[in-house]
Design a protein around this ligand. Structure first.
Ligand SMILES: [Zn+2]
Length: 105
């Protein structure tokens, strides 16, 4: 990958201010999309993060990640990409296209 993983507290806080993607509850956690990158046991880049409430975050971790998103008929990468475009963190914003391009080709 051309770009290193970005760590961004700013972006994670921004994500935690959004409603849950599944049920729209306002009390959320930032959930990393693990299949989007990084090796086994490694935290993925903070670009690949979406808001999930505690219950849905727990449910996501209780099953296969792709199956979870399939179950709710949502593509988390599309949401994560749009959140990056609106991010208050300039680094996250400016690298959004490079980070997500490969998923949408
Ligand atoms: Zn929820």
């Amino acid at each position: 990958m051309a770009y290193k993983n970005i760590k961004s507290k700013k972006h994670l806080i921004f994500i935690s201010e959004q409603p849950c993607l599944i049920c729209s509850r306002p009390d959320v956690q930032s959930a990393h999309i693990r299949y989007a990158g990084a090796g086994i046991g490694m935290k993925p880049c903070d670009s690949f993060v979406v808001p999930l409430c505690i219950d849905h975050h727990r449910e996501q971790h209780s099953m296969n990640e792709k199956m979870f998103w399939h179950l709710y008929k949502k593509d988390p990468l599309v949401y994560a990409f749009f959140f990056c475009l609106q991010s208050p963190d300039k680094k996250i914003k400016s690298q959004a296209f490079d980070k997500f391009r490969k998923f949408f080709e």
